[in-house]
Write a protein that binds this ligand. Structure first.
Ligand SMILES: [Fe+2]
Length: 270
């Protein structure tokens, strides 16, 4: 099945601090969230969400809301720990496979973003994954109000898993991401220049990957036409970063940096 990134949910202890970092240092432009007609209990305010992107795609910076699952009748709390959200053309197919496998999921329906049907499911390592489908395109008058300059290019995302074989089976067979490239400690699913990397942090990983920053938490990379200005802003702000290194997934020039709340991210030259 075809897939693409819809958004990365990036947890933040202090949303304002992460908003300032992404806007003023990384150089992203804030976007405007488009709500459905009947939103759920989203707890959205300036201290609980910052949004970068266009048409609800991109980066969702959120403060964890401990009651979020209960408030919305979900099994999963998508505000805790962050998550990767993938769009698929037919969510029914994914739900049918999860049902057949007896894998529970939270079917949120259209509750947070206009026209987007979302489900949440745990992968075998208890990473929350969101799968969604745009069931109603945004009205043109709302789309016209969205600023093209706020658009974000999510390049790849990575998460750690506890067991590579069961994780590969989950993402390949139940979510439907296709056949990955499998190495000793990682598996990479690719689609149209995008990539999702599963990494198993078994002993010896650090020795084998000394040059590649990693994180127990999910992380993501953003594609920029030129990463040099980001490097200059990081240096001016005296924010520690990797400098320009080779991206471990596709070898492009990248800069790894910890966003506030110690969330690893990278910018990569496109
Ligand atoms: Fe999400």
């Amino acid at each position: 099945m075809d897939w693409m990134f819809h958004h990365i949910n990036l947890p933040a202890v202090n949303v304002q601090e992460t908003r300032t970092f992404l806007r003023d240092v990384i150089g992203l432009q804030e976007g405007h969230w488009i709500y459905p007609d009947r939103p759920g209990e989203l707890h959205h305010d300036d201290d609980s969400i910052a949004y970068f992107g266009r048409a609800n795609r991109g980066l969702h910076v959120v403060r964890s809301i401990v009651s979020f699952a209960r408030d919305n009748g979900f099994m999963h709390n998508p505000t805790v720990g962050g998550h990767i959200a993938l769009s698929v053309p037919d969510l029914k197919v994914v739900k049918a496979r999860l049902d057949a496998a007896g894998t529970p999921y939270s079917d949120a329906g259209v509750y947070a973003m206009s026209g987007v049907h979302q489900i949440y499911v745990y992968d075998p390592s208890f990473n929350v994954i969101e799968i969604n489908q745009t069931v109603t395109p945004l009205p043109s008058e709302k789309l016209d109000q969205q600023d093209l300059r706020a658009e974000i290019q999510l390049h790849h995302a990575a998460m750690t898993v506890l067991d590579l074989a069961s994780s590969v089976a989950f993402y390949r067979d139940l979510i439907g991401l296709g056949e990955p490239t499998v190495n000793r400690r990682s598996a990479i699913f690719r689609n149209s220049g995008l990539a999702i990397c599963l990494t198993c942090l078994t002993s010896g990983y650090a020795d084998d990957n000394a040059a590649a920053p990693t994180s127990r938490d999910p992380y993501f990379t953003l594609a920029f036409s030129d990463i040099e200005p980001v490097k200059e802003r990081l240096e001016r702000a005296e924010i520690p970063n990797s400098g320009i290194v080779s991206d471990p997934i596709d070898g492009k020039e990248s800069i790894f940096v910890y966003a506030p709340s110690m969330r690893l991210m990278a910018v990569v030259g496109s």
